[in-house]
Write a protein that binds this ligand. Structure first.
Ligand code: AHG
Ligand code: MN
Ligand code: MN
Ligand code: MN
Length: 324
């Protein structure tokens, strides 16, 4: 029997985190189905291309970045005390009586929009206890996330979520407008034979990443004694989804350029939620030097180096850093 997200939440009524976040999670799911429709119909609705504005990251916003952000805010503002988004510099005040915070990347991989390649939405739900500023509530370490997930707008629209115990994937059913559990209990194999990294940045990488990738590329003729495959979609959602389904590792390391000296990806709404999902599926997530989820955030839009996926492979990469 296929379970809808609502039925799944009911069936897991002993999961206290899930019950606590359920209304907000359903709001996020509702927003994601609307974003999926906006993305799918953008060319028909004159919603493609650049918005003509820059976000706080210094990135040119796409019209769909802004549209997706607005959809998410409208669907969740009453359900959370505070929201924080990649596309908005400051925190967004929500409902002061609510006790949750929602941090999100409304549209991940937006450089892929014009070429019709998979994009997604990434989100993290945190506790927002009374007291403390709205911003301070968002600056909690990833270990404190109550729920994390993403929506993938690919050939199928999917919602993949965790509250820490297992990772479950739901597929959006057009006919009913429901997310249906199609991928229960996703697990990541500890060993990897596939890596994902933007190889065009190779000359800027730090030494441990140079050494690790060089060893992978030598394949069965080198120390790794097996051949590696490579993928790079340039949508983190699609990369993490692939790793959850068929394994591998994903790296967006720090490099020597000023803009990416702490990596490219953002800690609160990209790295932390993905790290929680990957760990809950039996994988690992690291900066190379430490567990990603243990970082104490200091800024809303701070960046971080990301290495995540197969547990043994992430440990091996950390070994390259320890040698350096
Ligand atoms: P966003 O579109 O939300 O700004 O995120 C883009 C990120 C991520 O999706 C992806 O892994 C990475 O940027 C791709 O970077 P490159 O363009 O350097 O390959
Ligand atoms: Mn962006
Ligand atoms: Mn992103
Ligand atoms: Mn984005």
């Amino acid at each position: 029997m296929s379970l809808s997200l609502n039925e799944y939440i009911w069936q897991h009524r002993s999961d206290a985190s899930l019950q606590r976040v359920a209304p907000l999670l359903l709001g996020v799911a509702q927003a994601c189905s609307q974003i999926a429709s906006a993305v799918r119909n953008a060319a028909l609705n004159h919603a493609s291309g650049a918005a003509g504005t820059d976000n706080i990251q210094g990135e040119a916003q796409q019209k769909l970045d802004v549209i997706s952000n607005d959809i998410m805010v409208a669907a969740t503002q009453e359900l959370a005390r505070v929201l924080a988004s990649e596309e908005v510099e400051q925190v967004i005040a929500g409902n002061p009586t609510a006790d949750l915070a929602l941090v999100f990347d409304p549209l991940d991989g937006s450089s892929n929009l014009d070429v019709n390649i998979s994009v997604g939405t990434i989100f993290s739900i945190l506790s927002a206890p009374q007291g403390g500023s709205d911003e301070a509530v968002c600056l909690q370490s990833g270990t404190r996330q109550l729920c994390a997930g993403y929506a993938l707008y690919g050939p199928a629209t999917m919602l993949v979520i965790t509250t820490g115990m297992g990772v479950n994937g739901f597929t959006y059913q057009e006919e009913t407008g429901l997310f249906v559990l199609t991928h229960p209990d996703l697990r990541i194999a500890p060993q990897a034979q596939e890596f994902a990294i933007n190889a065009s940045n190779q000359r800027h990488w730090e030494q441990p990443i140079q050494a690790y990738i060089a060893d992978c590329l030598e394949g069965r003729d080198g120390v790794r004694e097996r051949d590696f495959n490579m993928r790079w979609v340039a949508s983190m959602v699609a990369e993490v989804h692939r790793i959850l389904l068929r394994g591998g590792v994903f790296l967006y390391p720090a490099d020597s350029r000023a803009k990416t000296r702490n990596g490219k990806l953002r800690l609160l709404y990209e790295a932390n939620p993905m790290a929680m999902l990957v760990e809950a599926a039996g994988g690992a997530a690291s900066t190379g030097q430490m567990r990603l989820l243990a970082i104490e955030p200091t800024e809303l839009h701070q960046r971080v180096p990301v290495i995540l996926g197969a547990k043994d492979e992430v440990a091996l990469i950390e070994g390259y850093f320890n040698q350096g």
